[in-house]
Structures are given as C-alpha cells and as structure tokens.
Design a protein around this ligand. Sequence first.
Ligand code: PEP
Length: 253
Amino acid sequence: MRKQIAAANWKMNCTYQQGEKLLDDILSARIPLKPGQLTIFAVPFPYLIMGSSEVADETNYFVAAQNCYHKKSGAYTGEVSAEMLHSMGIPYCIIGHSERREYFGETNKILAEKINLCLEFEITPIFCCGEPLPVRETGNQNTYVQEQLKESLFHLSDGDIQRLVIAYEPIWAIGTGKTASSDQAQEMHAHIRKVLSGHCGALVANNISILYGGSVKAANAGELFSCADVDGGLVGGASLNVEEFITIIKSLK
Ligand code: PEP
C-alpha cells in the first residue's frame, strides 16, 4: 500500500516563534491519522531541531529539509549536506523544487547527485517535477516531465527508486492560486507512474507515492486526493494556515 502524505513546504516563511506555534497548533488538533497516512513539515534549516523535537512523540508526523547540497562535504560555505541531515535524524528532504531549479540553477544532473546523496544517507527524497506554463500550453508536458524523471532518477536501481516520494508540481500552479484540475492531475500522475513502471516495473511503480503540488488548499484537497494516482499533496501557502492545513491533512484518503 502506498503512503498517503500531506507535506507542508514552509519555504522561507515564519519566524522561529511563528513556526513553533504553527506546529504546536497543528499537532494539538490530534488529527487521527490512519496507518499509512503521514504528515511531513519541510521547515527552514535552522528550525529542523525544533521541528524534530515537536514531532518526536508523534507517530506519522515527520520533519523534512527543503534542500541539501549536491556534494558530500567540503569547502561550500553556507551549504548543508545530506550527511549533516542524516546526523540530525532528518528522514525526508525535498529535492528539485521548481524554485530551486529556477532561482538557483539546479539542473536534472545536479538533482541526480542530490538524490544519490540522500539515498546514501538514508533520507527519503521528495523529488519534485513539473512543467512551466509554455510547455503546458503547447501540450508537451508529458515529454517534459518524462525527461526530468529520466535524467534525475533512471540511473537508480529498482530498490532505490522505490525509496522515493515524487511530487508533481506544475509550475504554473505554484503560488498562483491556479490549481490543476483533478483530471489534469490524475492524467499526469498516471503518466508518471507509467514512466516509472517502464523503468522499474509496475510492482515497484505502484508502491511509489506521487503527491500533487500547486495551490492545494482546504477547498480542493479532497477532490485532488481522491484521484486514483494522487497520494496526497505538497502544500506551500496553505500549509502556513492552521485550519487550512488541518483540513488538508484530514482530506488524505
Ligand atoms: C510548493 O511550494 O511546493 C507549492 C505547491 O506551493 P503552493 O501550495 O503555495 O502553490
């Protein structure tokens, strides 16, 4: 059974105190998660220890890093390695968010290196893929996403591919208030699963959680998550609002 996941991406938001309160408020709602349902908070690096201690006594709640560097260690001032995250017990890391691709020049090849390091240090990568608007407008989104998967993931063994979480995030839907329709999301998620299946077989592909990201909110989470190949969401803006995010968590199937 694939895991159903509500993943919050705080990005570069919240002071330390606001972040602590946000976590406290969400955890104190005591949302009854079923086995196989997870909530993950991708918090800024300096808040990882606080976040880890907040979720320490919870089952099914975890923290994640939003990024890590693509080199193992060394003279890379200001960067954080997968090994450092591992040494802090961080179980998840977002890799290849479109903002990192766009503003920090992260290529599919660099992302492949990050994926390798995460897996080496027992961190589950949440690998983001998704097309920009002009690609969607010309109907080439399937090929575009297939290339992202191929160039960053297809060097992995079947066993390693199965350790990933994928997040499909159409760039035109991130932070824009414009959500993909449930038909568009399901179509792309089925395509991603088919592409993965072509590489590592249906058995492995069927076990990989594929999250949808792009203006998920309380009002649309239920419909999106009910799609057969949508296994939850990666949520930016709405994850900063207690009531919104609680409803999103409750919408997991
Ligand atoms: C994201 O940051 O991954 C995201 C999907 O943002 P938003 O939910 O705000 O569109």
